[in-house]
Design a protein around this ligand. Structure first.
Ligand code: T4K
Length: 374
């Protein structure tokens, strides 16, 4: 039986590469609570992004939650096309999420729609660099400046993306990253925040990871347990050394898909965007067709039968989910809904072989014929 081609495969170091670091950690018996590897990874990332600070977390969601906790309570404008984590973090920090639509070309926040949602209660705009594609940075900066709002980014996907020759994560007052195993750069589980301006209370965020404790050990603000362990930081340090290889491999895979799939009727391939890190490869199936949702489901089923795993990241759009529809005010967000009903993310990671890529190409091509005839 043929093996399933998975949607994502994490990079893994060899045992030999890991041994010296592993021995050092085991010998030191300093396993967590801000050990030397955690500090080193944080310092390296801080330099890479030119950040004021780059606190690390046990996962991306808790990083997002800490960033939200650092805001005064109020409304946070967020695009409806994102992963549930983004909206959970807003709510868990005691804010009200206010949804807006996305730009159908970038899949990122539609700034003109975000503008319409600003009220006297708005505290921040939380843009999402979906699939590592930059949001409309300048317009967001202008809007936030004009209304004195904090500009934050969920950059879960954007490690390695650039905008105007600067790392994408260096824009905004703060940008959160996910270092989950499925991400382009990972620490197995993990996350971090590039704190870029003094508008973010970096001491609060630092403390949040450690129960809100002061250096004297007193709880002085909200907190959680969100520290990154030495073993996780070790993965990150080893991964940073070969990250460029991952980026280049994914860029080649992305070019392969573009070259091979661009002539298929009823398949929309998003435009190539400069500086994008190719962390995902989205395609839109029967985009804007009233039957898109059904056709997309059929294609996913067809691909699975051909041993190709693909994912509809993100479905449903957040304002249509059971958890968050109470925040939708019965509004519809047409771009978010249409993309969400037709998107499929194809496998993309450095280990994919030429043969596997050709199988995926054939499966998508044949699948599109089958579903179009249904
Ligand atoms: N904001 C945004 C916009 C996000 O997309 C995310 C997370 C977050 C915030 C929160 O960040 P974290 O707290 O996660 O750091 C995945 C990831 O768990 C999640 O990180 C990600 N976004 C989300 C979009 O997708 P699943 O449930 O789709 O993953 P799963 O387990 O089905 O795996 C996908 C593929 O990867 C499969 O083909 C199997 C393969 N895989 C997976 C893992 C975990 C492996 O080969 N090895 C592995 O260890 O959620």
């Amino acid at each position: 039986m043929k093996n399933m081609i998975l949607m994502a495969r994490p990079w893994a170091p060899t045992i030999d590469d890991m041994l010296p670091s592993l021995e050092a950690i085991l010998k030191s018996k300093h396993f967590t609570n801000f050990g030397p590897k955690e500090r080193e990874l944080s310092d390296q990332l801080c330099n890479m992004f030119g950040s004021k600070k780059f606190p690390l977390f046990s996962n991306g969601h808790l990083a997002l939650e800490a960033m939200m906790q650092a805001l005064p309570k109020g409304e946070v404008i967020v695009p409806s096309f994102t992963f549930a984590s983004t909206v959970h973090a807003i709510i868990q920090a005691g804010h009200k999420p206010v949804f807006c639509d996305i730009d159908p070309n970038s899949f990122c926040i539609d700034v003109s729609d975000a503008n319409k949602k600003i009220t006297s209660q708005t505290k921040a705009i939380l843009g999402v660099h979906v699939y590592g594609t930059p949001c409309d940075i300048e317009n967001l900066q202008d809007t936030c400046k004009q209304h004195n709002l904090t500009l934050l980014f969920d950059g879960a996907h954007c490690f390695g993306s650039y905008y105007k020759s600067k790392p994408l994560g260096s824009y905004g007052d703060g940008c959160m990253f996910s270092f989950h195993a499925t991400k382009i750069f990972h620490t197995v589980e993990g996350g971090g925040i590039s704190i870029n301006t003094n508008r973010m209370d970096s001491d609060f965020i630092d403390r949040y990871r450690n129960f809100g404790l002061s250096s004297e050990g007193e709880a002085i603000s909200n907190g959680s347990n969100a520290k990154m362990s030495e073993f996780h930081a070790m993965f990150g340090l080893l991964g940073l050394d070969r990250f460029q290889e991952e980026l280049e491999a994914r860029s080649k895979i992305s070019n392969f898909y573009r070259d091979h799939l661009n002539d298929i009727k009823e398949l929309k391939i998003p435009n190539k965007i400069l500086g994008q890190n190719h962390s995902y490869f989205p395609i839109l199936v029967h985009y804007k067709d009233p039957l898109a949702f059904k056709k997309r489901k059929e294609l996913l089923h067809y691909l699975k039968n051909q041993n190709v795993m693909a994912r509809p990241y993100f479905w449903p759009a957040m304002h249509q989910t059971k958890a968050f529809q109470i925040f939708s005010n019965h509004q519809s967000f047409p771009n978010s809904e249409e993309v969400s009903n037709s998107v499929i993310c194809l496998p993309i990671y450095s280990g994919l072989t030429q043969q596997e890529l050709e199988s995926i190409d054939k499966a998508v091509r044949d699948g599109m014929v089958v579903i179009s005839n249904n």
